[in-house]
Design a protein around this ligand. Structure first.
Ligand code: PEP
Length: 256
């Protein structure tokens, strides 16, 4: 079940880069892309402290900017948190939600992710919702059950139009930062499963329009085979997005 979905390549810089380093990396990515994005969407997700520097570096280029998390409220006594309005104000177009590092280390729940997705959409941010199983879950044949629960709970309060305005990222936890990439067939199996789930919950148009990224040790030498799969619409890239040349090679992946 494939459709005319524009590929999206997003770099998650996690807790790396000072303001000066982030600005430099963003300028290098911009320079390497040239004038045209060549039919692909590119999004950079620096730490909060570097959002303004990266916004400045990419202004007018078409490159998107993402926060790595958001609080669902607009403002309030929430020490250490950042609101969707603040992300918009800093120049963000996107926000990463429910990354496994946040789920595992910071107590992020399915319910929290769902609230944040609604808030992001309400303030004009595209949520990039991460789902994915741990190694133990895969080895005990629970991959589909986990991905179904996470996807269903993140999307259930959204309308079909809001689902199309959302991006999902399938990120098997065992593949993140480990150098152990899912095979194209393993990833495609889960992506196609997610698309069937969305078809069932929000209808065919939503399933056809939803972009599903793969994340987990994406590198210049494996992106082409992943992108050749019918239901893989892009990548969420961690380690390989921290250097302009490797990220640019991923963005410019050769069409199969
Ligand atoms: C990520 O942080 O979302 C990620 C996929 O990391 P890496 O590419 O380093 O595995």
């Amino acid at each position: 079940m494939s459709g005319p979905r524009r590929p999206l390549l997003a770099g998650n810089w996690k807790m790396y880069k000072t303001t000066a380093e982030a600005g430099r990396l963003a300028r290098d990515v911009r320079a390497g892309l040239g004038d045209a994005l060549a039919g692909r969407d590119v999004v950079l997700a620096p730490p909060f402290t570097s959002l303004l520097a990266v916004a400045e570096a990419v202004r007018g280029s078409g490159i998107g900017l993402a926060g790595q998390n958001v609080h669902p409220e607009v403002e309030g006594a929430f020490t250490g948190e950042v609101s969707p309005v603040m992300l918009k104000d800093a120049g963000c177009s996107h926000v990463i939600l429910g990354h496994s590092e946040r789920r595992q280390m910071f107590g992020e729940t399915d319910e929290g992710v769902a609230k944040k997705a609604l808030a992001a959409l309400a303030y004009g941010l595209t949520p990039i919702v991460c789902v994915g199983e741990t190694l133990t879950e895969r080895e005990s044949s629970r991959t589909m059950e986990v991905v179904e629960r996470q996807t269903e709970r993140a999307l259930r309060a959204l309308s079909a139009d809001q689902v199309v305005a959302t991006v999902l990222a399938y990120e098997p936890v065992w593949a993140i930062g480990t150098g152990k990439v899912a095979t194209p067939a393993q990833a495609e199996e889960v992506h196609a499963f997610i698309r069937r789930l969305v078809d069932r919950s929000h209808g065919e148009a939503a399933a056809r329009g939803l972009r599903i990224l793969y994340g987990g040790s994406v590198k210049p030498d494996n992106i082409g085979a992943l992108m050749a799969q019918a239901d893989i619409d892009g990548a969420l890239v961690g380690g390989a997005s921290l250097k302009a040349d490797s990220f640019l090679q991923i963005v410019h992946y050769p069409k199969a």
